[in-house]
Design a protein around this ligand. Sequence first.
Ligand code: S3P
Length: 437
Amino acid sequence: MSDASVDWISSPAGALRGDVCVPGDKSISHRAVMFASLADGVSRITGFLEGEDTRATARAFVKMGVRIEAPGASERVVHGVGLHGLRAPETPIDCGNAGTGMRLLAGLLAGQQFDSTLIGDESLSRRPMGRVIEPLARMGANIVAQPGGLPPLQITGSQHLRGIDYTLPVASAQVKSAILLAGLHASGETRVAEPHPTRDYTERMLATFGWPIEFGAGWARLTGGHRLRATDVVVPADFSSAAFFVVAAILAPGSELRLQAVGMNPRRTGLLSALRAMGADIRLANARELGGEAVADLVVRHAPLHGIDVPPEIVADMIDEFPALFVAAAAARGITRISGAAELRVKESDRIAVMAKGLRTLGIDIEETPDGAVIHGGRIEAGEVDSAGDHRCAMSFAIAGLVARGPVRIGDCANVATSFPGFADLARRCGFQLDTA
Ligand code: S3P
């Protein structure tokens, strides 16, 4: 559990330089542990994200009888127990800060023969779970939430799940994945369709673990009753973690950074299109495949940015990158308009409100809208902001401090460890002046 008392001071600094390796992808790390746990045989995961979120998921499976060894940093050896081999957890499963952990586990646990309870930290306890409970209930699951569809979730096992044909009301890889995971234990076919295609790691990884599945942009279908075969997973560097360095290098004059072996799944890289449309100089080098995922090195140089209207059709492909984009827009010339991004209000924090409030404190003219913001680029001043315990807002405000006219004090930064342990050290190594207050 994070200590909520960590504040940072990010002060103006010069150019950023160097080669940066950011940690493994969070989405892939969660799923790798889940599928390896349910597989027959032993799987090795390399590049596993040693973040609090993904460790919480690993702990959940240990609690359900899976042996998981950590022979080295970012490595896990998972002794799979097979599709029906999980044991009832003796106490509630704590998903920490992780929406992905809780929603995917809800789908998976709905089809078990035992009861379970999922709990989370303060932020996760405010996040909507009705979006997974509703389709899972249609499949026959018995999940009881708190009023308003909030965690904890009480899941009663021994239900007979049936496949459904479900069109998601919001574009959400977590909801899609929860349904597909329930579909593993359901009779018949489970089919999902999305309003916009979202990250397809669940589909791709199920196929890698040998489960018959068909999928394309915005849809997937599978049938229950097969088995998962152990396999080794190589986790690429997390694009969303790389994004903070990408934006920082663009904004800090004289910078040149190379980010190595970053995951380039097209459902994740919408930020690159947005930044390029704003005038950024980002080149891809050494594009290749790593463990079945496209990766490339990103070479980023400083360039002046101008405002744009962010195309709503790329919102799902950059859903986690908006806090960083808010800062890029604040430092750009002209106006940036964001719309179609109401999902930002139900992330680890209400990211529209948290970023708007913080940037306003730093002298930026910014209007909130229900599903986005209108950001008037300007001079970022010194000041004191609150990350609201949201890892991505904290790291984004650190970029604001880098290019501000004076130090920016950022409150409540401990949760950066959920997705990016070591961010502060890495940032300092490439030129940030980032101190613990
Ligand atoms: C994730 C999906 C996204 C994203 C989150 C990770 C995943 O959430 O914001 O950080 O691993 O499936 P939604 O699917 O709710 O948009």
